[in-house]
Design a protein around this ligand. Structure first.
Ligand code: SAM
Length: 477
């Protein structure tokens, strides 16, 4: 349970490192902010730059190139990056030949304005332009600023094998879609990541095969809206209607993709994120139930429990439809964990609408939650058409109220495992104690237990003796 959406907290803004390639003599310092997709994009960037002579470093002072992969989802995310740029500026005074590049959503949102506003930035590259990095770096080395923020109809980086950054050698991300067509009125993603397109199933299966050969045990299929996955030979999702009859007949949707991956790799645990209620089909839920290796966990953002707020947000479902989907999940997969994203203080939100959100929380009793106060983003439909009229103190009070309810439910959910034996995939040592392992069960609950002769990447049965509000405590059986 978290009040800020940080998918892997330890990787936010940390120097990302990978194995060194023999013969590379330039040094890349790369940091990533925001969602899992950004982290996976940084892995693609590191892979492209590894072919250009760059190895990663954790010492910013010795870097030839500093890249920051940015997030625009809330104002605070952008402020964090601005502060990092000030820090790079100070280091540039010691190391004047160091070049600084901004990647990702903030690069796309601000474009050339970034070069004007932040004098220290040499390079601005949007999420669909990473293949152009070698050319852009040449421009930069000849003393010019370089920018490419063109959004693509086709780009999925399907053929770029990402190098794994800060990897535990156990779990990895595999992108399956890029962009988003949903046009939620609050959201900047369609503007920064472009229209939705899906990656060819074969290239996804090839990447999972490579990971399995390297002994990875768990993959997370990634997209802004994975349920909307649709491969029909390439191109934008919105153009599917114009595809040939044969392309339509042989198209692969998300349930089919899940089935293909789970069948081909029965020993790999499969997760996926993010689901969107309007696009999640019963076929997906049945496919999850059919395969033991698909984790029994769905992250299903809802944003609000009020139909009128959902309408203003342009979410394509009502409170009742969402509840019906939850009922289906619980019926088809009784042990499925469900988590939410929720937003307080969206334009015009009344106390009654807020209470609808609290009552939805009570109805679902989510296992985890990521909760935010609404932050107006320039250029979004909400910013253009609806006043951001809920005072900050009201947003914060409502946020605190939903966090409190979620904490109660998170504890309730974890307590269900006490007295039971669960299968845990060991990911590494516990943060708090080197004498304990840390791992997760199928439902994504974190468990710690004393170390024996196991190793990272082992699946072990753990008897759960107790829990805190965020962690299961047990011993190996
Ligand atoms: N694609 C997913 C969806 O549509 O539900 C998640 C997208 S976003 C990267 C992750 C979460 O950030 C959202 O689910 C939402 O709760 C939150 N978010 C998005 N825009 C926001 C905004 N303008 N202010 C506050 N939170 C926001």
């Amino acid at each position: 349970m978290g009040s800020e959406k940080v998918i892997e907290e330890k990787n936010q803004g940390q120097a990302l490192l990978t194995d060194h390639k023999e013969g590379n003599n330039k040094k890349l310092y790369i940091e990533s902010y925001g969602c899992q997709m950004n982290l996976n994009d940084s892995e693609i960037v590191a892979s492209i730059l590894s072919e250009e002579g760059y190895n990663t470093t954790h010492l910013i002072e010795e870097a030839d190139l500093v890249l920051v992969n940015t997030c625009s989802i809330r104002e605070k995310a952008e402020q964090t990056v601005r502060k990092r740029l000030q820090k790079y500026n100070a280091i540039k005074k010691i190391n004047p030949t160091m070049k600084v590049g901004v990647l990702g959503c903030m690069a796309e949102r601000l474009k050339a304005k970034f070069l004007e506003e932040e004098k220290i930035v040499d390079l601005v590259v949007g999420p669909d332009a990473y293949r152009d990095l070698p050319n852009l770096l040449q421009e930069v080395s000849s003393g010019r600023d370089a920018i490419n923020v063109i959004l693509s109809k086709e780009e999925t980086y399907g053929d770029v094998a990402p190098v794994r950054l800060n990897s535990n050698g156990v779990s990895a991300f595999v992108s399956i879609t890029r962009g988003c067509d949903n046009m939620c009125t609050f959201c900047v993603v369609p503007f920064t990541r472009g229209r939705e397109r899906s990656r060819e199933p074969k290239s996804i299966l090839d990447e999972v095969k490579q990971l399995s050969e390297k002994n990875y045990k768990e993959i997370t299929l990634l997209g802004q809206n994975v349920d909307s996955y649709l491969w029909y030979g390439g191109g934008l999702k919105k153009d599917f209607k114009n595809a040939s009859e044969i392309a339509k007949a042989t198209a692969v949707d998300f349930a089919q993709l899940l089935d293909m991956v789970a069948t081909a790799f029965p020993k790999i645990r499969i997760r996926f994120s993010t689901s969107n209620p309007q696009d999640m089909s019963l076929n997906v839920i049945h496919t999850m139930a059919k395969h033991e290796n698909i984790c029994k966990y769905i992250h299903l953002p809802v944003q609000s429990g009020s139909t009128s707020v959902l309408k203003r947000m342009n979410r394509q479902h009502t409170r009742e439809e969402y509840m019906e989907l939850i009922d289906h999940i619980k019926k088809i997969i009784p042990d499925c964990a469900i988590s939410q994203d929720m937003m307080t203080g969206f334009c015009g939100e009344t106390e009654e609408e807020h209470r609808d959100t609290l009552s939805l929380l009570e109805y679902v009793k989510y296992d985890f939650g990521f909760m935010f106060a609404y932050s107006e983003r320039p250029g979004t439909p909400a910013a253009k058409k609806m006043p951001d009229d809920i005072p900050l103190d009201v947003k914060k009070r409502r946020l605190a109220e939903i966090i409190l309810v979620q904490q109660k439910h998170s504890l309730l959910r974890l307590k269900q495992f006490v007295g039971k034996t669960v299968e845990i995939l060991i990911e590494g040592s516990s943060k708090k104690s080197d004498a304990h392992w840390k791992g997760r069960n199928s439902q994504n609950a974190v468990a710690v237990f004393p170390k024996g002769n196991e190793k990272i990447g082992d699946f072990v049965n753990v008897y759960i003796e107790d829990c805190t509000s965020a962690t299961l405590l047990g011993k190996r059986v």
